[in-house]
Write a protein that binds this ligand. Sequence first.
Ligand code: BDR
Ligand code: CA
Length: 317
Amino acid sequence: SKKLLADVDCGVDDAQAIMLALAAPNVELLGITCVHGNTTVENVCKNTLRVLQACNKLEIPVFKGAAKPILGKRIDAGHFHGQDGLGDAPDPNAPALDLIQKEDAVSAMIRIVNENPGEISLVATAPLTNLALAVMIDPSLPSKLRGLYIMGGNTESRGNTTVCGEFNFAADAEAAYIVLNDYQCPIYLICWEFTCYSKLSWEFCDAWLAQDTDKARFMARIFRHSIEASQSERLQKEFVAGTGFVSCDSYAMAAAVDDSFIVESDQYPVSVELTGTHTRGMMVVDTVDLLKKTHKAFIVKKVDMEMFKQMMMAALK
Ligand code: BDR
Ligand code: CA
């Protein structure tokens, strides 16, 4: 079976990604590390436990990581995911936070990868602070990964957070820079524009949520806020090319779950802008090889959408 480790800022699409992984056959999710992002790291921990509870998988260890980016102030995405990060639909029976492991997320990441050299697919669907800290403490970490799957960055300088910055990269530009430069392992990038071009139709979402299961009812509750937010003028502008829902993080998870999910990708050296008047946090794609970097990342261009819909459906079964 495939061994996965997920680093999340458990908002609505992170929750969808986690549920997709939990439903996938032959996949073992060894742990979930939490980081600031869509909301505070405390909320992220709570949200992750709620998702695991909804799937009867509370035995999966959850670790608390960085509360803020390497430089500057923490930002969040409450306008989309709700202030609590999970649609502001609180659950009176939510699991208690004492279920969070005592070990911190960065130590856990380093330990789990070292215990399974060459076997772990690390899926990062959040600001990359934990991953950056981990490689600074253990520079050998990337060489022990099977692969790194990142939802983040952009390829057409379309931002969803700053003018040119995608949320996960803009929320910790230094961490994104460190990760793209120091993780010399296969890196698969699911970038913002790609997810926008690969929306799930609202018809699909209706059928998805209409499944008669507790998981579907849980998803319908936490999802409502983002569905409504998707209709806002700002998000209509953000969501380039047509209507539908963009479950960004689920694509990165699906790619880690099944190698045949990625149908087409380009290989380029990539980096992140750290200064600039409007461009801090923007991903830089070196198509002409001017950076003279030996390491190239896979920028995902096309995925198997039928497989994706099946995986999403199974997530709520
Ligand atoms: C990313 O930002 C977050 O709000 C989502 O969970 C996703 O990881 C999209 O830019
Ligand atoms: Ca996320």
